[in-house]
Design a protein around this ligand. Structure first.
Ligand SMILES: Cc1ncc(COP(=O)(O)O)c(C=O)c1O
Length: 396
């Protein structure tokens, strides 16, 4: 019998999706589920983006350029200008989602056995992209007690070895909702310059920043042109997860030239989705204002309701649409599965993502879950009530 690669065996399951078979069974058994496990927003995609695809008068659905259509990249650079980020269209490679941009970034700057330092908990697929690239994740722990702020920079410095090639942050953070301050970005900038490392920032949640805070991009930091690689995506910004369009942005020409070779190998990003994404750039500011208002309302509801439950600890997110909650359970994997298999309130239950998969340090985060507040306020209230009732009867 032919064998599976070691890499294939080591690929982690997504903590967000691994409970899906239990959820499917629960639905077959007649239960309704509040899905708080996945960052699939219920917000409507801007009409202008969908209309552009309907209006596209295409005879041949051809490949686009490997780096993405020039028109689209020019318009993206215009969008960045409105966020005080000054980049040209040739600093941008359009990718099949932010996911592919991450893979291109890893492939362009790291070899097998190289190390990447990432504050944890982090977006779980960073583990998958690292395994696929043969790269070792070196975690630096951020704590719920500190709201998941940047760990002291000395903690990063202690972990830097001759194999370290980069530091990766997600800003604002999935799964923490933490928004790094300008000062924190400056500290990271100083350390990458000192040790000649790349700084990758996953900024796919740039628009989702609350309480009057502003997002400070690594691309705004002076003197970082050779070091900074930004990852972006239309998935969350325009609630267009299915478009599969993102981009990699860097002023470092060698990074762009190298990433382009990866882009050429996969030929091109999706053509129709680029048409939609280009049109989406015309989305009026009022759309984002409404969306932001909705998320702030949901976040406030979720946090208030969670804080009412005995033994639950939660860090208030400043951005994105996730939060980490610590529960009075030993193992949230078991708890999340039990919720789907054995528990309901009037035929309803909740699906959450166990947080251990968002850490790479074994044994950390076992009593935490990630909640995505992607449902309407009324549903969130019901879902948290189910969690509360469940915790009353759950036995580890
Ligand atoms: C932090 C972060 N980065 C990247 C991605 C990848 O998104 P996509 O490939 O849909 O652009 C996601 C998706 O949830 C995410 O949460």
């Amino acid at each position: 019998m032919p064998t599976i690669s070691k890499k294939g065996q080591q690929m982690p399951q997504s903590p967000i999706r691994k409970l899906v078979p239990f959820a499917e069974q629960a639905v077959k058994n007649g239960k309704s589920i509040y899905y708080l496990n996945i960052g699939q927003p219920d917000i409507k995609t801007p009409e202008i983006a969908l209309q552009a695809v309907k209006d596209s008068n295409i005879d041949v659905l051809a490949y686009s350029r490997s780096e993405g259509s020039e028109n689209y990249r020019k318009k993206i650079s215009g969008y960045y200008k409105t966020h005080n980020i000054s980049v040209n269209h040739d600093d941008i490679i359009v990718t099949t989602g932010g996911s592919e941009a991450l893979l291109f970034a890893f492939g362009s700057i790291m070899d097998v056995d190289d190390e990447i330092i990432i504050p944890e908990p982090f977006y779980a697929n960073y583990n998958g992209f690292s395994t696929a690239s043969g790269v070792k994740v070196v975690p630096v722990i951020s704590k719920i007690e500190d709201n998941f702020a940047l760990p002291p920079i000395e903690e990063f410095e202690k972990l830097i070895s001759p194999k370290t090639k980069s530091i990766l942050i997600c800003n604002p953070g999935n799964p923490t909702g933490y928004l790094y301050s300008k000062e924190e970005i400056k500290k990271l900038a100083a350390i990458v310059k000192k040790h000649d490392l790349f700084l990758i920032a996953d900024e796919v949640y740039r628009e989702f920043v609350y309480d009057g805070n502003t997002h400070y991009s690594i691309m705004q930091e002076a003197g970082l042109d050779d070091y900074a690689i930004m990852i972006d995506s239309v998935s969350k910004r325009y609630s267009m997860c299915g478009a599969r369009i993102g981009c990699l942005v860097s002023k470092n020409k060698s990074v762009i030239q190298t990433a382009l070779k990866f882009a050429q190998a996969r030929l091109s990003p999706p053509t129709l989705a680029q048409i939609a994404s280009e049109a989406a750039l015309e989305t009026p500011q009022s759309y984002f204002d409404d969306v932001k208002e909705e998320y702030v309302d949901r976040r406030n509801t979720l946090i208030t309701e969670l804080q009412k439950i005995d033994g639950v600890k939660v860090a208030k997110p400043k951005g994105a649409f996730y939060c980490i909650a610590e529960l009075p359970v030993k193992n949230s994997d078991d708890f999340a599965q039990w919720l789907l298999e054995d528990f309901n309130v009037n035929g309803e239950t909740v699906m959450v993502a166990p947080a251990a998969g968002f850490y790479s340090t074994p044994g950390v985060g076992l009593n935490q879950i990630r909640i995505a507040y992607v449902l309407k306020k009324e549903s969130l209230i019901k879902a948290v009530n189910i969690l509360k009732e469940a915790l009353k009867v759950y036995k580890d």
